[in-house]
Design a binder for this molecule. Structure first.
Ligand SMILES: [Fe+2]
Ligand SMILES: [Fe+2]
Length: 179
């Protein structure tokens, strides 16, 4: 199996959730109201699943392995662009969260910032995913042996198995801070 297979399976789930977020956005636009719990759930999904778990495996394992290879200039630039795009999502999610918390605190006009950041994120993910699925992931195969692919698959599993613990360790810390 190619190491990209589990990443591509994760892309499907991300796109499904983003699709639901897009539907929610249309409703928000119409009603000028935000569903705070729904968006808090989305923020958690993007941070823990799409970013920490998924981008985490891409950056810390796949890209890290490729970085050691003598890659063609164009391929290296494409990889760098994907990393920059991951960074961009972190900023947008932070902005979304700020706007959401203001809104939850009673600042009605923050709905505009919520919609604006949501719009950017739902437009971004399918594009980024397509770039990986149909572009960089295919291109990067030429740099990796089957053995390297197998090793990466193992590393992916170890990486994933840490996530649930990290999530709830952070949860405990937050509880302790807010008590
Ligand atoms: Fe990515
Ligand atoms: Fe990805």
């Amino acid at each position: 199996m190619q190491a990209r297979a589990p990443l591509m399976a994760e892309h499907r789930l991300i796109n499904k959730v983003v699709g639901l977020f897009k539907k929610k956005m249309e409703i928000m636009k119409k009603n000028k109201k935000a569903d705070v719990d729904f968006i808090r759930g989305i923020i958690d999904f993007i941070r823990i699943y799409a970013d920490k778990t998924h981008h985490g495996k891409e950056e810390d394992i796949l890209f890290e392995n490729l970085d050691k290879k003598s890659m063609e200039e164009k391929d290296r630039e494409d990889m760098e662009e994907l990393i920059q795009e991951h960074r961009w999502t972190r900023k947008k999610v932070k902005n979304l969260e700020k706007a959401l918390e203001k809104y939850a605190g009673g600042e009605q006009k923050s709905i505009n910032d919520i919609i604006e950041n949501t719009e950017k994120l739902v437009e971004f993910y399918p594009r980024h995913i397509e770039k990986e699925d149909r572009g960089f992931f295919l291109v990067s195969r030429k740099y990796l042996s089957q053995q390297e692919e197998n090793e990466m698959l193992k590393e992916f599993k170890d990486f994933d198995s840490r996530m649930i613990h990290e999530k709830y360790e952070a949860f405990q810390k937050k509880l302790a801070e807010n008590i």
